[in-house]
Design a protein around this ligand. Structure first.
Ligand code: ZN
Length: 244
């Protein structure tokens, strides 16, 4: 089937981070039937281009006579969250792990990203405070050394519990829960590796305060009106106090 001219539809664009008008660039179709069973199937590939950023995606639609609904997959899949910009500021092995977690999130998985998040927390804690006992002990040591606040330790502990539940009991999390755990883990990474550097840079970039001019009983030069009126009010107050 050839692509119809000017065929457009609104689809989620990962680059534009929202639904945008996509133009059908090319359509490929393959279909077949089985005379014996009466089954038929059809596979359609649509190549679609975003009208905003011109990014291209591929959509595969599979129709089968025995299925009530068509099976639709999009490559690359729509993203639920985006890799943080500061990922290059964290150790390479953790960045690679974080990227892997995101790739499994893209496929709308929940268990694999949670297992990855747990491994990421483990790696981070061992790197910062070493192997100092149970996971709880490690977190307490992180808190003692000032890497995390008490509140952060508690949420991290929750994240780890979540992680072990995923690994050991095959608990399926909702996408919202996965999102929360990812928030917690990313906050930790950012607090440990990224923010201290940002703080240092900010300190460097902030000009030192000029020294306060020496106090003198009389103002020199012309006094701006606002300063003058405030000075007069203060003087009046002092006089009133003296009268009392
Ligand atoms: Zn776009």
């Amino acid at each position: 089937m050839a692509a119809k001219k000017n065929t457009t539809e609104r689809i989620y664009c990962n680059q534009c981070r929202g639904k945008t008008v996509h133009r059908l660039v090319k359509r490929m179709n393959d279909s077949g039937t089985d005379d014996e069973t009466g089954f038929w199937w059809s596979t359609t590939f649509d190549m679609l281009q975003c009208g905003g950023c011109r990014e291209v995606l591929l959509r595969r639609r599979f129709d089968f006579s025995e299925n009530a609904e068509p099976e639709i997959r999009i490559f690359p899949p729509p993203m639920s969250r985006y890799l943080p910009d500061w990922r290059y500021d964290i150790p390479a092995k953790m960045r690679v792990l974080l990227e892997e977690i995101y790739r499994s999130l893209d496929a709308t998985n929940v268990r694999l990203p949670m297992m990855g998040a747990r491994t990421l927390v483990d790696t981070l804690v061992v790197e910062k405070v070493g192997d100092v006992g149970t996971f709880e002990d490690k977190l307490r040591e992180m808190e003692k050394q000032g890497f995390i606040s008490r509140a952060n330790r508690e949420v991290l502990s929750a994240a780890f519990d979540a992680g072990s539940a995923t690994s050991h009991r095959s608990h399926a999390f909702s996408p919202e829960e996965v999102d929360s755990v990812m928030d917690i883990v990313e906050n930790m990474l950012q607090a440990v590796y990224v923010l201290p550097d940002v703080a240092k840079k900010l300190k460097k970039a902030t000009p030192a305060r000029p020294p306060r001019p020496q106090k003198s009983s009389r103002a020199t030069g012309s006094v701006p009106s606002q300063v003058a009126s405030l000075r007069n009010r203060r003087k009046k107050k002092k006089k009133k106090k003296r009268k009392k």
